[in-house]
Design a protein around this ligand. Structure first.
Ligand code: S3P
Length: 174
């Protein structure tokens, strides 16, 4: 089983993903970290030096390599699930879970940390990006509405319940 976590920047994909993997007893990968390891530079540097188009190419290539991973939870980047090719790949490859966090909560979390996130320049443009991306995120197999004060443990418990109820979470081996 491979679970892909989908959602906007600051939705908690890495935090939730790591904990979910631990609870399921499977490996955890973060796509941005796979990109950084493969490229030997940070996502921010790739954006600055090569531009977004090149970053998206590297992101797509690394995403496709996740085909060769065993059972795992994979936290994607906020833009990964907003390109048709990536959406098709993820839908074929595993289970997609959207962490649905309101824009207000996201903005509150990210403000002040914007320099590390090349696509979060100001609230207005981030809000437009959020609206635009929502239509893609809705294509995920599961959507988990995360409340502002909800703990990662609670979110993970709800994801596991949802996976179990839908019969998609069989064992560690598939
Ligand atoms: C991006 C989100 C980032 C990272 C890159 C682009 C985006 O990941 O992949 O900066 O397009 O929203 P996080 O969602 O983990 O911040």
């Amino acid at each position: 089983m491979k679970v892909y976590l989908i959602g906007f920047m600051g939705a908690g994909k890495t935090t939730i993903g790591r904990l979910l993997a631990e609870r399921l007893g499977i490996a955890f990968y973060d796509l941005d970290q796979l990109i950084e390891a493969a490229q030997g530079r940070s996502v921010r540097e790739i954006f600055e030096m090569a531009g977004e188009t090149d970053f998206r190419r590297v992101e797509r290539d690394l995403l496709q390599k996740t085909h060769f991973l065993g059972p795992s939870v994979i936290a994607t980047g906020g833009g990964t699930f907003t390109f048709d090719e990536n959406v098709f790949f993820i839908k074929n490859e595993g289970i997609s879970v959207h962490l649905d966090v309101s824009f207000d909560v996201i903005a509150g979390r990210i403000m002040g940390k914007a320099p590390t996130r090349p696509l979060f320049r100001d609230v207005e443009s981030a809000s437009r990006l959020y609206q635009y991306r929502s239509r893609y995120y809705r294509m995920a197999d599961h959507s988990i509405i995360v409340e502002a004060d909800e703990t990662p443990e609670s979110v993970v418990a709800r994801i596991i319940r949802e996976l179990r109820d839908s019969g998609l979470h069989h064992s560690h081996s598939s």
